[in-house]
Design a protein around this ligand. Structure first.
Ligand SMILES: Nc1nc2c(ncn2[C@@H]2O[C@H](COP(=O)(O)OP(=O)(O)O)[C@@H](O)[C@H]2O)c(=O)[nH]1
Ligand SMILES: [Mg+2]
Ligand SMILES: [Zn+2]
Length: 290
């Protein structure tokens, strides 16, 4: 018996990293009967056959978190990557990913990449989100700015990199560890449009207890399951300010004595943040089916 973590699953085989080696495993029939599907990221107990070195997953340890898109268990951290240009920074997308990260209970880090293109603009965005209260990091795979710091922030975490296509997620991981040799550039996206649309999920080990996933997840940025009354807790700046709203169930739209609306007017809350909050709130309300 040995313990390990599933780093990849393909066609009924699970690849379990025991810390010493990677063991190709099958899941016990029992899991199928119970409709339990082992996930990448699962911590498991395996039995290894002496003859062929393959194994069986005997047990799955309780999961701390479960993401569905991408399907990974025990993720602890979301690295949201945006680039200054090509593609241009998209605060709407960024704020949505932040909401998704909070909803999944993940530690959030905002990474602004391609600082080599326009350092001043990168600073602006970094300062904005740092003021709001997020951990931020400015990077460039061209100048190597921030790469060492990013590596430090990944230590002892299972991190998922997310963000629009082309912002440099794979390039950043390659900069951290060239052995990963991940495909970069738009071409890889076009190729995968063909027969192999199901991209497999994989965790890459950077070192002991440190894993990253380059799976472009969250393509479906569905937020409809979020409770409209709780959305403000996922906008930490709005939530802070809401403590002084007159009504505890204030949604900060047109209620009297709403401190959030006041602070937007006084430029204490960034306009784009409030606009994105309102837009997501409307979307949740309009899509609710009772
Ligand atoms: N100027 C600049 N280009 C970058 C940087 N990082 C990545 N790129 C380029 O952006 C393109 C997309 O990178 P890729 O890593 O594939 O993005 P992904 O889709 O997010 O994984 C590639 O052509 C990279 O060479 C950077 O820091 N600065
Ligand atoms: Mg990529
Ligand atoms: Zn309010």
């Amino acid at each position: 018996m040995a313990d390990g973590i599933i780093i990849k699953g393909i066609g009924g085989f699970y690849y379990v990293d025991t810390g010493y080696n990677i063991i190709e495993c099958r899941a016990r029939g029992l899991f199928r009967e119970q409709k339990i599907e082992p996930l990448v990221g699962d911590r498991v107990s395996i039995r290894i056959n002496k003859d062929d070195g393959r194994g069986y997953i005997e047990d799955i340890y309780p999961r701390n978190t479960v993401l569905t898109r991408p399907p990974i268990a025990n993720v602890t951290q979301l690295i949201i990557v945006m680039s200054i240009d090509s593609p241009k920074i998209n605060l709407w997308f960024l704020d949505r990913l932040i909401v998704i990260g909070h909803d999944a209970n993940l530690n959030i880090i905002i990474c602004i990449n391609k600082s080599d293109i326009d350092d001043e603009m990168a600073n602006e965005i970094i300062n904005m989100y740092r003021n709001i209260g997020y951990e931020t990091i400015k990077t460039s795979t061209k100048t190597k700015e921030g790469i060492d710091k990013l590596y430090c922030l990944l230590q002892n975490q299972i991190s998922v990199f997310s963000g629009p296509s082309g912002v440099g997620k794979s390039s950043l991981l390659n900069a951290i560890n060239p052995n990963l040799n991940l495909r970069t550039g738009e071409i890889s996206k076009k190729l995968s449009r063909g027969k192999h649309t199901t991209r497999h999920v994989e965790l890459f080990k950077l070192q002991e207890n440190t894993y990253v996933s380059d799976t472009p997840g969250f393509s479906n940025l569905d937020l409809n399951h979020i409770d409209a009354n709780r959305l403000d807790t996922y906008f930490i700046d709005i939530y802070r300010s809401s403590q002084q709203c007159k009504f505890s169930n204030c949604l900060h739209i047109n209620e009297p004595d709403c401190n959030v609306i006041n602070e937007v007017k006084n430029n204490k809350i960034y306009k784009s943040r409030y606009e994105n909050y309102v837009s997501i709130l409307n979307e949740i309300k309009n899509n609710r089916r009772f």
